[in-house]
Design a protein around this ligand. Sequence first.
Ligand SMILES: Cc1ncc(COP(=O)(O)O)c(C=O)c1O
Length: 369
Amino acid sequence: MKTTVKSFFAPLESAGVNELWFQRKKFIHFSGCDYFRLSHDSRLAAAAKKALAKTGLNVAASRMTTGDRAIYHQLEAALQKFFRCESAVVLSDGYRAPLALAQAFAGNFTHAFIDELAHGASFDAAQMLGCPVQKFPHRDAAALKKLFSGRGKTFRPVILTDGLFSADGAVAPLQAYLKILPRTGMVFVDDAHGIGLLGAHGRGTVEQENVPRDRVIQCGTLSKAFGAFGGVILSSPAVRGQILARSRSYAGATPLPPPLAGAALAAVKILAGDQSRREKINANTNWFRTQLRRHGWEIPGTPGPIVRLPVLKTVEEMRLKKLLLAAGIYPPFLKYGAATHGTFRFVISSAHTRAQLKKLVAVLKKFKE
Ligand SMILES: Cc1ncc(COP(=O)(O)O)c(C=O)c1O
């Protein structure tokens, strides 16, 4: 069957570690956020199987009623240790984490400020805070400072931002935000992409940016670097209490299935005891970025493994898609919602081989020639 450029949004037949099957052909892929390919790790599968045998597929009740199980508490204890925070709350999914946090803090702030490129989960969460919401230019602490000025003594702002932005691979300048934040303010970081990945120990943007946790609440997902599933809010026992007491999206939902909690627990243990995956992903990404720059691409020096190409003209997009397909590489082209422009975004994993990366570089070099 002929692979056509039009049919990108057809479902994939399957996806393996670095390869996927699309329209009955095998392609190397540089997409998805299973950064360490842990979703394919046999230790996660074994842990899921064990939890399935012990606890079943689903607890079929909220944790506030009969749905609580030891595995959730074990996972929370492991996450608390991994992230060096005082308390962790596990939720059904990552999208829900910023929502549950906002519900817990509803009515606490006078104003919310959200990065214009924040994920939809934070935009939805902001609506639940019960205060006016204003967008600010992407990662622009100076613009935010201007928005804060002359607000008076009752001003209690909250900043909502992603940690590692999946759109462009950049990281939120948390230190700069804390410098301009009044004492009454807080920062909510949706670190879905940063946790497990950024920082010397994988504690995410909070570690990468070296900021204390007292006015920064970090949430995230276990479905990306951890290769499992579920949401998490990393904070203090007081915030945990507030979530349990006030968050309808926590109280009124079935938690993540026990097999996935078991898999997540195995993943936390793997990443806690192994720096090599982070070293490998950084080495792969640094090599890839250097090669692209050598061949004339303007690539910003962002910290994670998300490498976005500059926006191309439509005719160039089509040419690059064709070149990638011809080389056996799935074209990771992203265009969200009503956005007018899309872009190619390559996500490098710790499991990509140098040969696979070289293949991709060769296409991008050829495109530039
Ligand atoms: C920034 C951000 N927040 C939240 C989510 C949602 O996480 P989950 O897929 O675990 O619901 C995602 C996932 O795509 C994300 O990128």
